[in-house]
Ligand binder design. Structure first.
Ligand code: PHE
Ligand code: FE
Length: 292
């Protein structure tokens, strides 16, 4: 979700989509998917929100190998009207929002190499498809993603993309959800990462705080390591209701000039699930690494 080029590369369509070219995947590529899939499928059932596991099933993503986007889109279309389309890499914000607003999820088509099993910088097809697509089979989450795209187009006109991007980061990518007395994962950036699937729920290091729209729009985030704070929603219905029923324009205005919050800040009004020790982050970052 950031921009590198202004115009679509010559090899892509005007909307930046390219063919997945499924037959070009090698047996090694498919084996890589299977390795990643097996590892996450084994550990996620009692950590992830059950709707995620349902999505894997409904979309037949349990089938071995990298999914064929046209098959996946057919199933998704019948269920919630979404499609999955391939793009060459990061696309401009406007292109990204435009696709979401039209119920198209853009994904990378390459898969990581064995050296990148646990960490890579750019999202690959495992992150994009395994991480994001299962919840697109959930009607409420599917509506949230479309509403986010529409909100993105609006935020762009108001010069507020940085604020809105934080909402995506702390929900779609790194969100936690409350289930009874338990917390569960639903963010795609967590569920596609073996290490963070454990860290986000079990480690005493990060803060886990109740979702608060305006607060979260002020909060910086880390793109280079595990998060230092996670935000917990009550339900997908509540997330959709709060975001759709709130006009963000006054929020954007109110936040103009308001200081950003650091990744580990705790406010008196925060609803605290876990007050993190931040021991992990302290071992990794010095003061000089503080985010700009
Ligand atoms: N309600 C938001 C606005 O007024 C739009 C939005 C909806 C943004 C859902 C994100 C998610 O801009
Ligand atoms: Fe993602």
């Amino acid at each position: 979700m950031s921009h590198i080029h202004e115009r679509a590369p010559a090899s892509a369509a005007a909307d930046w989509t390219i063919p997945q070219d499924w037959s070009a995947y090698t047996p090694q590529d498919h084996a890589m998917w299977d390795t990643l899939f097996a590892r996450q499928a084994a550990m996620l059932p009692d950590r992830v929100v059950p709707e995620f596991m349902d999505g894997l099933d409904i979309l037949r993503m349990t089938k071995p190998g990298i999914p064929d986007f046209s098959e996946l889109s057919d199933r998704l279309m019948r269920r919630t009207g979404w499609q999955v389309v391939a793009v060459p890499g990061l696309v401009p914000d406007r292109v990204f929002f435009e696709h979401l607003a039209n119920r198209r999820f853009v994904t990378g088509r390459f898969i990581r190499t064995p050296e990148q099993l646990d960490y890579l910088e750019e999202p690959d097809v495992f992150h994009d498809v395994f991480g994001h697509v299962p919840l697109l089979a959930h009607p409420v989450f599917a509506d949230y993603m479309q509403a986010y795209g529409e909100g993105g187009l609006r935020a762009e006109r108001m010069g507020a993309i940085d604020r809105l991007a934080r909402l995506y980061w702390y929900t779609v990518e790194f969100g936690l959800i409350r289930q009874g007395d338990d917390l569960r994962l639903y963010g795609a950036g967590i569920v596609s990462s073996h290490g963070e699937s454990i860290f986000a729920l079990d480690d005493p290091s990060p803060n886990r705080l109740g979702f608060d729209l305006k607060r979260l729009m002020r909060t910086k985030y880390r793109i280079d390591d595990y998060q230092q704070s996670y935000f917990v929603i009550d339900s997908f219905e509540d997330l959709l209701r709060q975001t759709v029923e709130t006009d963000f324009a006054p929020l954007y205005h109110a936040l103009e000039g308001a200081p950003d919050l650091e990744v580990d800040t705790i406010l008196p009004e925060d609803r605290i699930y876990t007050l993190g020790t931040q021991a992990y982050a302290r071992g990794r970052f010095t003061k000089e690494d503080r985010l700009p």
